[in-house]
Design a protein around this ligand. Sequence first.
Ligand code: PLP
Length: 282
Amino acid sequence: MRVLALLDGTHVDPESPLLRADDLGVQRGDGVFETILAVDGKPRELQPHLDRLRRSARLMDLRPPEDADWHRAVGAVLEQWPWESEPELAVKLVCTRGVDGGDGTPTAFATGQSLSAELLRKRDEGVSAVTLERGIDPDLTERAPWLLLSAKTLSYAVNMAALREAERRGAEEVVFTATDGSVLEGPTSTVVLAEGNTLVTPPPSAGILRGTTQGALFRAASTAGWNTSVEPVSVERLRTADGLWLASSIRLITQVHTLDGERVTVDPELHRRVRGIYEAQY
Ligand code: PLP
C-alpha cells in the first residue's frame, strides 16, 4: 500500500498501525468496503460506488460516513498519488462497525495502492475460470436478507477460498453457480456475456452485487446501439456465448478464454469493441 488517508483528509503513514485489535472489522469482518479505479487523477464511477457502500451499510444496520467525508478522503489519496509514474490506482474505501463495545462510531479510511503486474497481465491475456457452487438458490436474497447476499461486506474469506480452489484446479478465476445451476458472479467480479448484439448479465436479485463496471459498460453499450439484458443465465450459455468476460473496477473487462477446462469463444475484435465502448465514456 502506498497512500492512506482518513476522512478528515489527513494523510497517515501507511506503514504504521491504524486499527485497534478490538475493531469489529478485524475481529468479525463486520464492515463494508468498495474498490474504485482512478485513472490519470480521476476516480471512475465514484458516486455508484458510494451509493453501493451506503446500501451495503444499510443492509447491515451500519451507519456509514457521509459522502462528503468519503470525497475528502478520496481527494487526499488522489492528491498524494505519483500519477506521472503510475497512471492507474486502486482506491479502497473501508468502513467497519468500530470497536467492540464502543458507541457505534465506525472506523473508516481510504487507501491507494498500485495495480499488480499479474492483474495487468490478465487484463491483456484473459483468464481461465472454473464454475464452483455457491450453495444458494436465486430466491434466497429476498427470503433471508440477514445473509447480506447483495452487500459488499468485509467478509470475503469464502470468496478468497474459492479463488484458491480454482488455483488447485489449474484455473485463475471462478464463476459461482446457484443451486438451480444458474450463473451468479465471480468472487470479485460480475459475469458478462455477448450473444450477437446483446450483452447479458445475471440479475442482482439472485444474491449478487450490482457491478458498477457492468453498469457503466451496459450504459455505454446502450448508447452505442447494443441491446443489454439483465436476466438469469445458465452455465451452458456461457459455453456457447460469442464472448465471455469478468468485469470489475480494477480488472476492467477481462476476457474468459477457458471455462472448466474447455476453450470458450474468444473473438479479439469483439473484445476490442466491448473494451472500446467501455473506455470511450471516460
Ligand atoms: N461481484 C463481487 C462479489 C465483487 O467483489 C465485485 C467487485 O469487487 C464485483 C462483483 C464487481 O463490482 P465492480 O464492478 O463495482 O467493481
